[in-house]
Write a protein that binds this ligand. Sequence first.
Ligand SMILES: Cc1cc2nc3c(=O)[nH]c(=O)nc-3n(C[C@H](O)[C@H](O)[C@H](O)COP(=O)(O)OP(=O)(O)OC[C@H]3O[C@@H](n4cnc5c(N)ncnc54)[C@H](O)[C@@H]3O)c2cc1C
Length: 386
Amino acid sequence: MHYFLSGEILALREQVQAIAAEVVLPAAEQVDAQAAWPEAGMRALADAGLTGLTAPQRVGGHGQGLLALAALTETLGRVCASTAMCFGMHGVATAVIAAKAAPHHDEHYLRPIAEGRHLTTLALSEGGTGAHFFMPQTPLVRDGDSYVVRGSKQFVTSGGHADSYVVSTLASTPSDLGDFSCLVIDRDTPGVAWGEPWAGLGMRGNASRAMLLQDVRVPAANLLGHEGDQVWFVFEVVAPFFLTAMAATYVGVAQSALDATVAHLKTRRYAHSGESLADVELLQHRVGQLWMGVERSRLLLHHAARLGDLGSPEALTFILAAKADAANTAVATTNEAMTLCGGSAYRDNSSLARALRDARASHVMAPTTDMLTTWTGRSALGRSLF
Ligand SMILES: Cc1cc2nc3c(=O)[nH]c(=O)nc-3n(C[C@H](O)[C@H](O)[C@H](O)COP(=O)(O)OP(=O)(O)OC[C@H]3O[C@@H](n4cnc5c(N)ncnc54)[C@H](O)[C@@H]3O)c2cc1C
């Protein structure tokens, strides 16, 4: 089912489907078992020009928006949630850089991204403010033509692997615009260091490491927009793209659990009675519930993404709800699938067990499911989000 995707998005998705089948799926078990960053999959996506998905057409990118990001990230999420998240976060950070790009950003970041030569990611969360990722405490100090950044970021997807990082900070001086600033920091900048290798319960290929910023000197030209004006990023760029990429990853995870369940019930037949599990009415009912959940989450996500691409003032509420709903569906579907697939799913390292572990991250990846559900309610009640 393609939910009325454009011909261009369908063609891009076909390319991703081929890479998912030929490169990402064969590596998925090892990526999880060894907590290894999905190098081969990300390389293949870059070589095919797909990491230029959200880069503007003026630099040779595809210039696509939320719906394309949703469709392609879900395709990867069906076979490897870690690869989906690395791809998704790259697409989000690219969109953030593109949103107010100056010529310097086009040449140093967006053109190499469009040409498959550069990976980027988001480094927003901090230990001090946790799930409140939109409240950075990292100071920014102006020094001539540079900024000096000292602080640390937690859980940076593709940490140490991406070539650049969109880092949030405070403004160097208080202004009427606000505090929230964003700048791009190259991986090899002196003073950038990395915390312990990532070995999470799930999303084990994500390389979600702490990024330590020890008096990192960054050219002033790497600032995105103006100091303090980036609060609009949170609502107009960061949140829509970030939430869409995460929701799509987890719709993919849920779909993979549903597919595994259907395959198991259709192939399992008892020796004593000859009965197929697919003919047991209770199991048919439970599969029906799973199917409804996954389709509902995908439809909500695609509707939200389409509203976002159209610039609808209603879009944000739908996007907030879509990520919360996808997280609930992914956790519930993988949990139920573990029951319906019996002991074979519970064995060591089954792909369903991996999906269950990967799905759990969806509730805690900020904005968390509780926060998003509350914000959706506030929006419905006509209250401000914060
Ligand atoms: C696999 C993975 C990948 C990640 N990738 C990135 C990334 O690429 N970039 C990045 O910047 N960050 C990333 N993160 C970080 C993530 O977005 C969150 O910031 C982080 O998981 C929050 O963890 P915490 O322990 O600080 O949560 P805490 O802040 O301690 O929150 C714990 C719980 O309290 C709840 N809570 C807190 N305040 C409220 C409130 N007011 N109302 C209701 N509930 C509340 C939260 O919802 C949460 O459920 C990643 C995290 C994971 C797990």
